[in-house]
Design a protein around this ligand. Structure first.
Ligand code: AHG
Ligand code: MN
Ligand code: MN
Length: 343
């Protein structure tokens, strides 16, 4: 159902409770977790919007565990999300981009494990370009007594919920629990997320490609050939495609969800395993895109079937509309034998 033209607005809270009521045995805990994330998202959105005035902008002076400079808002978002999740005693552990190890919450017996990229695209903060938050939720394997990293190392297919918040020209929250993707827009005048689409499907084919073309020389031959293919004029396939790259994965993926196309962060000589993180960037966004009818692969396999070895693991990613990703895969397969470095 598209809410356009329908006077009766549905808030995030109401929508979550309605969803829960469809499952008579549901404990309401996952619903509570999603509401907690919604609350943190509103607080982060408020700070993002007033960042320039409150001098929260800029380098914090430290580096995160990946050697990247940390902005103050990264830490603020991390704190907000973790304390929101700690409120309800249902999450036992959080793994966040901003923390090297696992973060144990007060609920030792809590049944959920949550991965977070508290602020994605943070290099865009200073220039007023869209940023986001990403979350991914797993059930704890209850047969284990010891709470450790092993508990958290589950493939993306085991996610019970995932989503993102995009702080753009408006603040959007999109999430899935495996029953389609629901999208909400924050109405700042009433402080509520309002449902705008409860089962979004993305185009099977799109005419936008999205990747950092500055790294062209370090790509595999198959990717170079595919991007050249995207640039060829051909009316039947609506080429050349448009190139769009924001540099915030959430923002680039939200556009891909709405308009179709392909987003790529490949492996390269600088990032032999890709740059983006499997557990809190690629898996949750793959869950969303697959639920909307798209595909996400690492070049060979489905992202969500990768067996993780470490909580901060990276992976190459090729994600978006079905036809675009399958076409790219043809190029990767065809040229996989050949060496890199051909222009
Ligand atoms: P983060 O700000 O959480 O570290 O993520 C930044 C990521 C991602 O959002 C974006 O797609 C990518 O880095 C951009 O990388 P390049 O600058 O190498 O293109
Ligand atoms: Mn990120
Ligand atoms: Mn981040």
């Amino acid at each position: 159902m598209n809410n356009k033209g329908n006077k009766r607005v549905i808030t995030l809270e109401e929508f979550i409770i309605r969803g829960q009521n469809r499952f008579p045995g549901a404990t309401g805990e996952l619903s509570q977790l999603l509401r907690d994330i919604g609350l943190a998202a509103k607080i982060i959105s408020r700070e993002v919007n007033k960042a320039g005035i409150t001098n929260i902008l800029g380098e914090e002076g430290s580096q995160n565990i990946h050697g990247e400079s940390v902005k103050k808002l990264d830490l603020f978002a991390d704190d907000q999300l973790i304390s929101a999740l700690d409120r309800s005693n249902i999450t036992c552990m959080v793994i966040s981009e901003e923390n090297d190890g696992i973060v144990r919450l007060s609920a030792d017996a809590g049944k959920y494990i949550v991965y977070l990229d508290p602020l994605d695209g943070s290099s865009n903060i200073d220039v007023n370009v869209s940023i986001g938050s990403i979350f991914s939720v797993y059930m704890r394997k209850m047969d284990k007594d010891v709470l450790g990293k092993e508990e958290a190392l589950q493939p993306g297919v085991k996610q019970v919920a995932a989503g993102y918040v995009l702080y753009g020209s408006s603040t959007i929250m999109a999430y899935t629990t495996g029953l389609g993707v629901s999208v909400f827009t924050l109405d700042p005048s009433i402080g509520e997320f309002i449902l705008c689409n409860d089962d979004i499907k993305m185009p099977e084919y799109g005419t936008v490609y999205s990747l950092n073309e500055g790294y062209y020389n370090s790509w595999d031959l198959g990717l170079k050939k595919y991007i050249k293919y995207c640039q060829v004029e051909d009316n039947a396939t609506k080429r050349p495609y448009k190139a769009r790259y924001i540099g915030s994965m959430v923002a680039d993926l939200h556009r891909t969800l709405m308009q179709g196309g392909i987003f790529i962060y490949p492996h390269s000589s600088k990032y032999p395993n890709g740059k983006l993180r499997l557990m809190y960037e690629c898996n949750p966004l793959s869950f969303i895109i697959e639920q909307a009818g798209g595909i996400a692969i690492n070049g060979e396999n489905r992202i969500m079937e990768i067996e993780p070895r470490s909580i901060h693991q990276r992976t190459p990613i090729y994600i978006g509309s079905k036809q675009n990703v399958l076409k790219l895969k043809e190029f990767l397969d065809t040229y996989s034998e050949e060496a890199t470095g051909v222009s």
